[in-house]
Design a protein around this ligand. Structure first.
Ligand code: ZN
Length: 253
C-alpha cells in the first residue's frame, strides 16, 4: 500500500498538534521529495549516515526527531549541511521532522514512551516551555527504592547513565524530560519529584541535586529520544499499511 505525502503530512501535523506547540525548528515536512510514500525509515537525527541508510533501504520518507533546519543555525548552504541536502535532493527523498511535538505527545511522545517502558503511571504535565509543556511526571505502580529504579533505568536505555543519588531512597514520583534539559531539574524539585531523568547533564546539576536532595539521572540525549519516532513510525505503518523500519545510528551522547 501507499499514501500521498500530502495526506500523511496533514495527518501527522494534526495528530501531533504541531500548530499548538512553539518550537525552534519547522515541524512536519522539512524537504519535500517523492509525492507517494510506501516505505518509511525512522531515526533520531537526520545525519548523513541516517540519510544514506534510508537511501540504501529505498525509503520514500525519512522520519526523524532532529531534522536539519534549526532557527539557531546559519542559513548558508555549505559543508555538512550542504551534503545532507545534496543526498536528500539527489534521491528525491522526503525529510519529515517532529521535534517538541514528539516529546510532548501523550501516546507516541518520547516521554510518554519512556513512562511506559519504565512501568510508570502517567501523571501531571511537566517540562514548561513557552506557555505549554512538553512532558509528564510518572509514578511507580508499587513502592520502589532508588537503587532498584536505577537498575530499571539502565535496562531501559542501555549505555552508562550518569546517576546522582542525592535524593530520597524511595521513589514515588519521577519527573522526565527526554533530550537535553538539565535545567529542568529545578522544576522537578518544585513539583515534588524524587528523581529527575533527562538525557544530558550540566555542571551545575551535581551541586544542585546534592544541595536540594533530589536524585538525577542523565540517560543519554540520543537514548532518551529513540522511542518516540519509533512509535510514530509503527503507528503510521499500521494505520496506512505502509512499510516502516527504525534505523539506529548509535550515539554515546
Ligand atoms: Zn533532542
Amino acid at each position: 500500500m501507499s499514501i500521498s505525502l500530502e495526506v500523511l503530512d496533514k495527518y501527522l501535523n494534526a495528530e501531533l498538534g504541531v500548530a499548538k506547540i512553539a518550537d525552534y525548528c519547522p515541524n512536519g515536512i522539512q524537504l519535500s521529495g517523492r509525492k507517494t510514500v510506501k516505505r518509511v525509515m525512522s531515526g533520531v537525527s537526520a545525519s548523513q549516515a541516517l540519510i544514506k541508510a534510508a537511501i540504501t533501504w529505498k525509503a520514500d520518507l525519512l522520519l526523524v526527531h532532529h531534522g536539519i533546519l534549526w532557527d539557531r543555525d546559519s542559513r548558508v548552504v555549505t559543508g555538512s549541511y550542504k551534503k545532507r541536502l545534496q543526498l536528500l535532493l539527489e534521491d528525491d527523498l522526503t525529510l519529515m521532522a517532529f521535534h517538541l511535538p514528539l516529546d510532548a505527545h501523550p501516546v507516541f511522545g518520547n516521554n510518554a514512551q519512556i513512562i511506559n517502558r519504565l512501568d510508570l503511571v502517567q501523571g501531571e504535565p511537566f517540562g514548561r516551555y513557552k506557555g505549554g509543556s512538553i512532558s509528564f511526571c510518572g509514578m511507580p505502580k508499587e513502592a520502589i527504592s532508588m537503587v532498584d529504579f536505577a537498575k530499571r533505568v539502565k535496562k531501559c536505555f542501555g549505555g552508562s547513565p550518569l546517576i546522582l543519588d542525592f535524593g530520597p531512597k524511595k521513589i514515588k514520583k519521577v519527573a522526565i524530560c527526554s533530550g537535553g534539559a538539565p535545567e529542568m531539574i529545578r522544576e522537578a524539585k518544585e513539583c515534588g519529584a524524587d528523581l529527575f531523568i533527562t538525557g544530558e547533564a550540566s555542571e551545575f546539576v551535581y551541586h544542585y541535586a546534592r544541595e536540594e536532595g533530589i536524585n538525577f539521572i542523565a540517560a543519554g540525549h540520543h537514548r532518551t529520544e529513540m522511542f518516540g519516532v519509533q512509535a510514530l513510525g509503527e503507528h503510521i505503518s499500521e494505520k496506512f499499511t505502509i512499510t516502516h523500519k527504525f534505523h539506529n545510528i548509535p550515539n554515546p551522547i
